[in-house]
Design a protein around this ligand. Structure first.
Ligand code: MSP
Length: 529
């Protein structure tokens, strides 16, 4: 996905419920978002990356009540102790963090709602039907499963749904059915992957019902401006975060209006597949009603599964990101989830697979390559990058493969095919490792007449690692920043850039090659697991 110069590449994660602390399913979405936005930044693009927390609604209210604290106090506690710290744990560089209890959000939601009411898109009505508090969703009969006693349950939360009967305010969602279908027919890339597109299209074709957008039986939410006996339905409130965070509805000439012009429409809303319909049906209809541009793409990824089911705290299958990062570090955490699971499909997490890939691909593959060449430059060239001679056919193969690798990784990662993008870089590293084995620099070093050849081999390996440290920088920022400097790129006066990463021979001969702290130290599988 490429963006024009005056518009930032604007990508969002869902905003997370603060009823509990994050597990690796939540971290998965945020890491994917961080990976792709760092990639765009490394291509010198203007980027805006938003994440945040969804704090209103019954689910959060009930958790706060169960813990004997006021909902605002509960939300503050969870944000401070869990949701902000996890961004550091998984090494995320977001530009903004929105909380739906912030004034900037509340004011803009109320303004938007008033506009929709004034233009006839919101009317009073009666809602009667099932509701899942876990999903915070009014359910349709077709959405439900049954438990052993024949009760209707939510298939995601495996819990009985509740019956709601309230007089509420309704958004005229059904009016937008045809317009939504037409929009998606004209823009098939607006919902990805294709399976998500097909799901939404068949849902739309079955017809839409108007949506209750307020609740009257509890008060933890944004008051409906013209009827303060009601609070805004949590999803209507939450979806608006993507636009309120960048100045939705602000007067022309204000900072908010300038920000909105620079960022809207969003380029990508990354979401889990469970919340696809909210994003690809309700949200665009809200925007259509307000006469605003629609996001360019909603990308629905799969679930991390445990025992074949969606990992979740409520089912006690949630694994904290900290527990994995403590073992293998944030870089390898990010690498594993982006590398091992096809983005857009479900994937099972296993400690065995994690440790096996860490050991073979990171510690033995990349880490070993770096430490070997650093040791050889130390031993044969007094730690300074030698001057290369003419390139042989084997050297040129590496050089050409690098050009192809950069192009492929760039194409795949922009296209959310993270696994293949990473594989392209991994295959390049494998090729360089094979090159080392075949060229045998330790044998060449024994023959004084071959010094120039030895220098060329070492240069080829170092310059390859210089490129790798850029290509993997958005995936493993900490380790790749240290490799970048250890391999002499900083001393060579270079700037990390995807656009130039494939240009051969950028390292300056004579720069110091430092022996890295082990990039990926060996780990033992924890005994308790
Ligand atoms: N608050 C809503 C989103 C509002 S966006 C306007 C919400 N929050 S959530 O905390 O329940 O989930 C946030 C995201 O985490 C969703 O994209 C969801 O799919 C993702 N995941 C939660 N569990 C997950 C897995 N086990 N695996 C992968 N992603 C998962 O929904």
């Amino acid at each position: 996905m490429t963006v024009s110069a005056d518009k930032a590449f604007y990508l969002t994660t869902p905003i997370y419920y603060v009823n509990d602390a994050p597990h690796i399913g939540h971290a998965y979405t945020t890491v994917a978002a961080d990976f792709v936005t760092r990639w765009h930044r490394l291509a010198q693009e203007d980027v805006w990356f938003l994440t945040g927390t969804d704090e209103h609604g019954q689910k959060v209210l009930r958790t706060a009540q169960a813990n004997g604290v006021a909902p605002q106090q509960w939300a503050d506690r969870l944000v401070e102790s869990a949701w902000l710290p996890v961004l550091d744990v998984i090494d995320v560089e977001n530009d903004d963090f929105i909380r739906t209890t912030q004034e900037r959000h509340i004011v803009r939601v109320q303004k938007f709602l008033t506009q929709l009411k004034d233009t006839g898109h919101i009317v009073e009505g009666k809602y009667e039907g099932p509701y899942c508090v876990g999903c915070e969703e009014f359910k349709l009969p077709a959405d439900l499963a049954e438990n052993e006693s024949g009760e209707p349950i939510c298939p995601i939360h495996s819990k009985p749904v509740e019956q709601v009967s309230e007089t509420n305010w309704f958004f005229s969602l059904s009016k937008f059915t045809e317009q939504l279908i037409a929009h998606y027919e004209a823009n098939p890339q607006a919902i990805r992957p294709a399976s998500a597109y097909n799901e939404v299209m068949s849902f739309l074709k079955s017809g839409l019902q108007d949506l209750s957008i307020s609740r009257s039986t509890f008060d933890w939410g944004i008051p409906v401006p013209w009827d303060t006996s009601q609070v805004v339905y949590v999803w209507f409130d939450a979806l608006l975060n993507y636009a309120t965070a960048v100045g939705l509805g602000d007067e022309p000439g204000t900072e908010g209006a300038a920000k909105f012009a620079k960022t809207w429409p969003a380029d990508v809303h990354l979401v889990g597949k469970d919340i696809l319909r909210f994003h690809a049906v309700i949200w665009p209809a809200m925007l259509m009603a307000a006469g605003l541009e629609l996001p360019k793409c909603v990308y629905a990824h799969g679930w991390l599964l445990v025992g074949g089911e969606k990992m979740s705290k409520s089912k006690l299958t949630g694994i904290s990101p900290q527990s994995i990062v403590e073992l293998i570090g944030s870089d390898a955490f990010r690498y594993y989830f982006m590398r091992a699971i096809i983005f857009g499909q479900d994937g099972s997490f296993s400690w065995e697979d994690l440790v096996a890939r860490y050991t073979s691909e990171l510690a033995n593959g990349l880490g070993n390559l770096a430490s070997r060449v650093q040791a050889m430059v130390g031993k044969y060239c007094e730690g300074k990058l030698p001057v290369p001679g003419d390139l042989t056919e084997a050297d040129n193969l590496i050089k050409d493969l690098l050009t192809k690798t950069v192009a492929k990784a760039d194409r795949d990662i922009r296209d959310f095919d993270f696994q293949n993008g990473i594989m392209a870089v991994k295959e390049f590293i494998d090729a360089v490792n094979l090159y080392v084995t075949e060229q045998q620099p330790w044998v060449v070093a024994k023959d004084e007449s071959q010094t120039e050849r030895l220098h060329t081999i070492l240069y080829v390996i170092c310059d390859s690692l210089r490129a790798v440290s850029t290509l993997y920088a958005s995936l493993m920022p900490k380790a790749m920043n240290s490799l970048w400097s250890d391999i002499g790129a900083v001393e060579s006066g270079l700037t990390q850039s995807i656009t130039t990463a494939g240009n051969w021979g950028q390292l300056k001969p004579g720069v110091v090659i430092t022996k890295s702290e082990s990039l990926f130290p060996r780990i033992e599988e924890p005994e308790t697991i």
